[in-house]
Design a protein. Structure first.
Length: 202
């Protein structure tokens, strides 16, 4: 029986592509991803800037507190990034229904041991992908086009996903790449995303 995690992947009995469940899944992905990021970044914001007695323990990269305007800019760019990630999730869903990905719905198909291993493997692949694409974005010919917005800011807790559209698209490609490269259960993808979110904010 479909659940909140697997329902966009369920194939209709009469075949075809279930566009409505896919659309609902993408909307759910956007709001849940944004909410997860806001909760984590909000906790960091509380610890570093709002909670009394701890501000001095955290260095300010530009020697001053970020302005409220900068926090709103980072918040807006983060929202935009979540939109791009949601579009990549839509591409992943469509790829699954086209038979391109290796996503599977029955955990027993590969077993729980592989379920856990797939999360670790996904983190290794994602970290390698991020390292090399991030290094490429620092090339002088690419920096201003795909990565400059991430570095012009006085860092705030919302800066981790505050980025150019180009960078957002490059980073979001890991969704279809992962699910094409290795078998993954949708719940494993969810756990992987949580880990990536936590690592990015720390």
């Amino acid at each position: 029986m479909p659940d909140l995690i697997t329902f966009p992947f369920e194939r209709p009995e009469n075949g075809g592509i279930p566009y409505l469940p896919i659309a609902a899944g993408v909307v759910l992905f956007f709001f849940s991803s944004h909410a997860r990021n806001m909760l984590m970044a909000g906790w960091v914001h509380w610890q570093t800037q709002l909670k009394r007695g701890v501000t001095s323990r955290y260095p300010r990269f530009q020697g001053r507190e970020p302005s409220a305007r900068q926090e709103w800019i980072d918040f807006w760019r983060t929202t935009r990034t979540m939109g791009v990630y949601s579009a990549a999730y839509a591409v992943t869903l469509l790829s699954y229904h086209a038979g391109i990905t290796q996503i599977y719905l029955d955990p027993a198909e590969y077993g729980w041991l592989y379920f856990g291993f797939s999360i670790v493997l996904a983190l290794v692949i994602q970290d390698t992908y991020f390292y090399w694409t991030h290094r490429a974005q620092h090339h002088p010919r690419l920096m201003k086009w795909v990565h400059a917005e991430h570095h012009v800011t006085n860092p705030t807790p919302w800066t981790a996903f505050s980025m150019n559209m180009g960078q957002a698209w490059i980073e979001s490609l890991i969704f279809p790449i992962l699910t094409i490269a290795i078998p993954m259960h949708p719940a494993a993808v969810l756990v992987w995303l949580f880990c990536v979110n936590w690592i990015a904010l720390n």
